[in-house]
Design a protein around this ligand. Structure first.
Ligand code: C5P
Length: 314
């Protein structure tokens, strides 16, 4: 085999967004992060992260959110590639292209998805064959949600959200996402959560029995009732219109609604595709939301879709 045949010139990884089905926020830790007990679900809204050998390191972002993403060394995908290169002693420049469909600063871990995609794609491009454990360790250095973006499915997150355990769940769930016009900064939402709870005694976060039993049964109506997010009051405090969006979704038949992570995306669970279409139309017509997307979950985490030949494999 020639070296050109062995060395891929480009690899694309596809990475899903996430929604937190439950997000319990405990006390602030000495390192500034909060203790969490959360249940993540990966949903079928994707960023595609492509890497190719190049003369110099660089990032290009395409898609509807391109102008909101930095293309310098602060880009999380670039930081991921640099970290993997540093850990493995590789000094082969790559150019990263991110085709972005996950909202920026939307509470759906779009930046984390790009970091996870960059790790998986560069691992393949450089032929490293790193174990899942090694990639997960690097992922946790890059951000609290990055390990989950690698793993996908439905999982419990503890620590600062980076320590994962699989959840034995059933069911395929239909989601409708109401996107915000302006994003919310995650640190600002956690800070607002601290401010709102300043006089309260904050307990260690514990996952709820109702969430686990809803997931075990695969009952979408029970899951809709069990959705909860302790960052939601803080997100609503910073963007009061979210309260109206949540009420509109429930009024138009959602089984449950929740601010996704730190927001401002609002996630609605619906019974099936048809109810999802109806709700998407109703939300758009209500004038409270400008962009609505539908997706199913759970889906798999970051995975290579295009290999060395440039042919899409799934
Ligand atoms: O880990 P990540 O970079 O995604 O976190 C972004 C910010 O969100 C942190 O700097 C912190 O302000 C806040 N955060 C937190 N507790 C967590 C996760 C994130 O306070 N468990």
């Amino acid at each position: 085999m020639s070296s050109a045949a062995r060395t891929p010139i480009g690899v694309t990884a596809r990475v899903p967004a996430k929604v937190n089905l439950e997000l319990m926020v405990g006390p602030r830790r000495p390192d500034g992060f909060h203790h969490l007990a959360t249940v993540f679900q990966a949903v079928g809204l994707y960023d595609d992260v492509s890497v190719e050998l190049a003369d110099d390191w660089g990032v290009t972002v395409t898609g509807p959110y391109a102008d909101q993403v930095p293309t310098d060394d602060s880009n999380l995908a670039m930081r991921a590639v640099r970290l993997l290169a540093g850990e493995t002693g590789i000094d082969v420049p790559v150019h990263i292209t991110i085709d972005k469909d996950i909202p920026v600063a939307g509470g759906m871990a779009g930046g984390s998805a790009d970091a996870a995609g960059a790790l998986v794609a560069c691992d393949a491009l450089w032929g490293l064959g790193s174990s899942k454990a090694v990639l997960e360790e690097l992922a946790a250095e890059l951000g609290s949600d990055v390990p989950f973006a690698l793993t996908g499915g439905t999982a419990m997150g503890s620590g600062r959200g980076d320590r994962l355990a699989p959840v034995l769940g059933r069911g395929r769930y239909h989601w409708v996402f109401a996107m915000g016009d302006a994003g919310l900064s995650t640190p600002a939402v956690y800070a607002e959560c601290d401010r709102l709870r300043a006089t309260m005694r904050v307990h260690e976060p514990v996952p709820s029995a109702s969430m686990m039993s809803a997931l075990r049964s695969g009952d979408a109506a029970a899951l809709g009732k069990a959705l909860s997010n302790e960052l939601q009051p803080a997100a609503i405090s910073l963007q009061p219109r979210l309260d109206g969006v949540l009420r509109t979704g429930i009024e138009y038949g959602a089984l449950g609604g929740i601010v996704s992570g730190s927001g401002p995306t609002v996630a609605f669970l619906v019974a099936d595709t048809e109810r999802g279409l109806d709700l998407a139309v109703a939300l758009t017509a209500s004038g409270t939301v400008s962009v609505v997307k539908r997706a199913v979950g759970p889906v798999v985490g970051a995975h290579v879709v295009t290999g060395p030949t440039g042919r899409r494999s799934s």
